[in-house]
Write a protein that binds this ligand. Structure first.
Ligand SMILES: [Zn+2]
Length: 162
């Protein structure tokens, strides 16, 4: 998941075909918009779980891990202050994930882990600071604009380097 997410932010083409920009377009995060991804992105998000099933045949363990990931994703997109020194070291909290949703490209290209920050710490993408504004531009795209983001990005948006 970490590498798929990082690729979405690193390469403009991957960002466009995945529709990940639509997920980043919200000006204000809440516990429900963790699941508001472009339909194309749902395919990308299912790849790790599908690979785990094909390679290891994990079955119910994959279902359980997916449920925990949904709960964790809801928490990190919420506006609840749930940070603590020890929890923040291992798990992604909303403070670090809100930075990932920053409207500033350099801030957005950090803290890729949605469940854990361990991979961000290992691969040097973890940043411990907050952000002032979320989104992909000065305004939030309409629902129709979000749906068409893989083929036509609104002119005032920036999520990945082109
Ligand atoms: Zn992202």
């Amino acid at each position: 998941m970490y590498w798929i997410h990082r690729a979405e932010h690193r390469w403009y083409f991957v960002l466009r075909v995945s529709g990940h920009g639509a997920h980043h377009s919200f000006k204000k995060l809440n516990a429900l918009n963790f699941g508001l991804n472009h339909p194309l992105e749902l395919f990308f998000l299912a790849i790790p779980a599908a690979l785990m099933e094909v390679i290891f045949g994990v079955g119910l363990a994959a279902v359980g891990a997916s449920i925990l990931l949904v709960i964790q994703a809801s928490i990190v997109h919420s506006n609840l202050n749930m940070s603590s020194k020890w929890v923040d070291w291992v798990f992604t909290t909303n403070r670090h994930h809100i930075r990932h949703h920053s409207v500033v490209l350099e801030e957005s290209n950090t803290n890729y882990g949605c469940g854990t920050l361990i991979w961000d710490r290992v691969f040097g993408t973890f940043i411990d600071s907050s952000t002032r504004e979320c989104g992909v531009g000065p305004t939030e795209p309409t629902l129709v604009q979000k749906l068409f983001m893989p083929v036509r990005e609104p002119s005032d948006t920036t999520v990945a380097p082109s």
